[in-house]
Design a binder for this molecule. Sequence first.
Ligand SMILES: CC(C)(COP(=O)(O)OP(=O)(O)OC[C@H]1O[C@@H](n2cnc3c(N)ncnc32)[C@H](O)[C@@H]1OP(=O)(O)O)[C@@H](O)C(=O)NCCC(=O)NCCS
Length: 165
Amino acid sequence: MLNILKMTPPHRAVVYEILQQSDMFTLPEINVAMELIDVYLFNKDQRDYMIYVAVAEGGEVAGYICYGPTPATEGTYDIYWIAVSPAMQKKGIGRKLLAFGEDEIRKEKGRIIVIETSSQQKYHPTQQFYQKNGYVIEARLKDFYRPGDDKIVFIKRFNSNGGMK
Ligand SMILES: CC(C)(COP(=O)(O)OP(=O)(O)OC[C@H]1O[C@@H](n2cnc3c(N)ncnc32)[C@H](O)[C@@H]1OP(=O)(O)O)[C@@H](O)C(=O)NCCC(=O)NCCS
């Protein structure tokens, strides 16, 4: 059994640990992820970021998703971060977190979901994860992150009934 719950301050330390353990993120990236978490946890009036955690049976936090409406757009949402604890990957938890976020975005009449990622070899499994979940590459910005490291923009579009386009 897996529960998906709104993130609360007691989850913060475990999510920080998951980000560090994942071996995927640089220190500046982890710092940005934590900044978004702190805005979500400690600024009750903000509406820019929504964060949910996946809690396994026994209360263990297995992963989290952070998304929000892209500023100055109508119905476009960014999924800013998704991560699953390395020990619990490939068990369907990432897929459930993503599907949960997509359902919430559809309820808010979201039309387009954008996910940005890096072209580095180490992100190839992550890219496969997005493709297996129905995301397509819409754009590629060469050398965006650093020379030889492109930004890949994945998107998923919904029609007005909330189905996939
Ligand atoms: C990407 C990530 C969130 C996926 O979570 P997960 O719980 O391992 O993924 P799931 O078990 O739900 O997998 C869903 C589908 O993606 C595929 N997939 C997941 N990880 C994969 C991998 N490493 N290589 C290839 N395919 C993969 C699964 O095979 C599955 O497809 P299937 O049902 O056809 O078998 C997780 O691997 C992760 O936290 N990675 C490190 C952090 C990261 O890259 N985050 C994204 C950038 S912000």
